[in-house]
Design a protein around this ligand. Structure first.
Ligand code: PLP
Length: 359
């Protein structure tokens, strides 16, 4: 059986070239006589792997020297707690709630201080990004928090909020490395890599060095203090070695593809193929405000649940996997991350067009 077109929201499709390389190196990485899974994280060989991965990520994103790059575990969910624990100095933070992930982060932060919800799009099922040009930012806010690309609903901030000088923290799990980014606009950028970069198990945190504190309350677990891993080059304890190795390969692949500007161009082209079809179809419709559309996650519906279910079943038989929408939204969702080839989107649209004609 060949490979399918995998539209999963995450864990998600990886570049085939990367998987082939990893397969070829499975039993003997670079003459070491072992798999990367079997080697000490303190070995010279592994040190090269993690250092090269960090250097390539810094180059891709243009991460300035006054930022740390951390390779951690625990997923985005752990950061929902780590962010307030590390950054709440005044004990106050402002959250913009644009989806389930932002909402969960906001709820988690309430355990550690005062977490204000300063804007939300929940009134219309998170189908848009609220106007963030003049929000009631708390004078004492230690940071303003956003989820930059809303994986479940398919919206994206195309303009960052006006934080009125406060530190911006962004969960970029589902848009990581999808386009060029000005890191200096953020205090913290973080995400689980299993959406747009690598295998589940690695969380990347990019944090401005002055935000890394030594004076945290005693209750903060050693491993959740950014300082712990920043001082140890992400090697305080055993890191997710194999996952970081695959991420490193994806960074190399992205560089070879032409970097993030080229990825943005490709992602725009891919998304346009799907959105143009949705805008012209009489059966399928996109579910979010046009100007807030994500390039990565594209939810759509027919307006008829039975027809949605039929579409999901028939698309699966035709080799398009994981098109069922998130359980909280229903309908369909096509996640078209960096590694989804353009051809996959073209074939999906062709299939949708035929389905429309036949139903
Ligand atoms: C998937 C996702 C999460 C949850 O990530 P885990 O790694 O499973 O904790 C959080 N935020 C966003 C934007 C996501 O897409």
């Amino acid at each position: 059986m060949g490979r399918v077109y995998n539209f999963s929201a995450g864990p998600a499709v990886l570049p085939e070239e990367v998987l082939r390389e990893a397969a070829a190196e499975m039993l003997d990485y670079n003459g070491s006589g072992m798999s990367v899974m079997e080697m000490s994280h303190r070995s010279k060989v592994y040190d090269d792997i993690i250092k090269t991965a960090e250097a390539d990520l810094r180059e891709l994103m243009g991460v300035p020297d006054n930022y740390e790059v951390l390779f951690l575990q625990g997923g985005a969910w752990t950061q929902f707690a780590a962010v307030p624990m590390n950054l709440m100095k005044n004990g106050v933070a402002d959250y913009i709630v644009t989806g389930q992930w932002a909402k969960k982060a906001w709820q988690e932060a309430q355990k550690y201080g005062k977490a204000n919800k300063i804007a939300s799009s929940e009134d219309e099922t998170f189908s848009y990004i609220p106007d963030c040009s003049d929000l009631p930012i708390d004078d004492d806010a230690d940071y303003v928090y956003i989820c930059e690309n809303n994986t479940i609903y398919g919206t994206k901030y195309w303009k960052l909020p006006n934080t009125k000088g406060k530190t911006l923290v962004a969960d970029v799990s589902s848009c990581f490395l999808s386009e060029p980014v000005d890191v200096t606009k953020y205090g913290v950028i973080y995400g689980g890599v299993q959406k747009n970069i690598g295998p589940a198990g690695v969380t990347i945190v990019i944090i401005r060095k002055d935000l890394i504190r030594d004076d945290l309350p005693d209750y903060v677990p050693t491993l959740l203090k950014y300082k712990t891993q920043a001082d140890a080059g992400s090697l305080f304890n055993t890191p997710p070695c194999y996952g970081i190795y695959i991420c490193g390969k994806v960074f190399k692949w992205l560089k070879k593809m032409g970097g993030l500007a080229e990825m943005k161009k490709r992602n725009e082209e891919k998304a346009a193929i799907l959105y143009d079809f949705l805008d012209s179809s009489n059966m399928f419709k996109g579910t979010v405000r046009k100007e807030d559309r994500s390039l990565m996650n594209v939810p759509f519906v027919t307006g008829n649940e039975e027809l949605d279910a039929k579409f999901v079943a028939e698309s699966k038989s035709a080799g398009f996997e994981n098109l069922k929408g998130h359980r909280t939204v229903g309908g369909m969702r096509a996640s078209i991350y960096n590694a989804m080839p353009r051809e996959g989107v073209e074939k999906l649209v062709q299939f949708m067009d035929e389905f429309e004609k036949n139903n």
